[in-house]
Write a protein that binds this ligand. Structure first.
Ligand code: PMV
Length: 317
């Protein structure tokens, strides 16, 4: 529990969407991904009763560190890792998180939790941390959550912006994408949780069974990523929307879409959106939509069909 009189500032972090290249990126294709600003915030209050506690009311999380429940074990382990790294393992405090996105939706919630928690702890215990140090610590948290993360989520959670990302023999290559005007998107939740590791494994199995088919799909996505970079540089969002639709066709052929995602896409396109595709590993999770002047009607059509959505500007610093 925390003191009522305290009102410390909130510290925020970005979520992320993959605009082009999910799955293909695993096989060396360039992906393009952007931060979703301010979708997660955290603050640290003093402890009133010599315990350390974590509350995430919107996710139903209310934990006391060290009370032995397995529920929330990952969160507890991440916090222990951070307090050790920041040399504050003997301090008690109350960590409060306020998420604007759900977890397991391909929107980078776990990395965003890590980044805003690190910022809030550093502020409370007066640690000067550079953005690079925050990013590195968040990568450590992501390793605890996902085993061998690419590093894309924590980078976008820390810095935001728009990046191209490619795995090379010398390690990941991350480059800022030239984006003179932010890309206005609607992000819709399919309502089904997406599980990255399982979907990535399935694609590997499909590819082993039909290598030529998958090589063609990945080559097609590689071409879309190249065209997308110039559409973004020219603020040509209509072309970008068409490329999103073509990426979705290839994701469907890859076998990572699902009926919930297809329904979101149908509703959005029928309400006037120009482009829509799944984002992240698929088989659930979120859909990104370019709706231009039809944004309001797309959001209300989605709502009527039972899908939650929100707007985001990618590439806005
Ligand atoms: O579901 P997410 O947001 O974690 O994205 C996974 C992206 C994949 O390309 C499917 C896997 C990866 O490691 O890049």
């Amino acid at each position: 529990m925390s003191s009522n009189s305290e009102n410390p500032p909130w510290h925020s972090a970005c979520g992320k969407v993959i605009l082009f290249g999910e799955h293909a990126v695993v096989y060396g294709v360039t992906a393009i991904a952007g931060g979703i600003p301010n979708v997660m915030r955290a603050r640290v209050l003093s402890s009133e009763n010599a315990t350390t506690t974590i509350a995430i009311p919107k996710w139903g999380v209310d934990l006391t560190i060290g009370n032995g429940t397995s529920n929330g074990q990952l969160l507890e382990n991440v916090l222990l890792y951070l307090t050790r790294a920041l040399h504050i393992q003997n301090e008690n405090f109350h960590l409060e998180l306020d998420p604007g996105i759900p977890h397991a939706s391909g929107l980078g919630a776990s990395a965003a939790v890590a980044v805003c928690t690190i910022r809030a702890l550093a502020a409370k215990f007066r640690h000067e941390l550079s953005e690079a140090e925050i990013n590195q610590l968040a990568f450590g948290c992501e390793e605890m959550a996902h085993g061998s993360p690419s590093g894309l989520d924590n980078t976008l959670a820390t810095y935001g912006g728009l990046l191209s990302y490619r795995k090379t023999a010398d390690g990941p290559q991350r480059l800022p994408v030239e984006c003179p005007n932010p890309i206005p998107l609607v992000i819709a939740l399919s309502g089904k949780k997406g599980y990255t590791a399982a979907t990535v494994k399935r694609v590997a199995e499909y590819r082993a069974a039909e290598p030529q088919k998958y090589q063609k799909i990945f080559q097609g996505i590689a071409q879309l990523s190249v065209q997308a970079l110039s559409a973004i540089a020219n603020s040509d969002f209509e072309t970008l929307a068409g490329l999103m639709n073509r990426n979705q066709i290839l994701l469907r052929e890859m076998g990572v879409s699902c009926s919930e995602i297809e329904q979101v896409i149908d509703v959005a396109l029928s309400a006037g959106a120009q482009g829509a595709k799944l984002t992240g590993s698929g088989d659930g999770g979120a859909v990104i939509i370019y709706a231009a002047q039809h944004t309001d009607s797309v959001i209300s059509a989605l709502k009527q069909a039972g899908f939650e959505s929100f707007t985001a500007q990618l590439g806005k610093l």
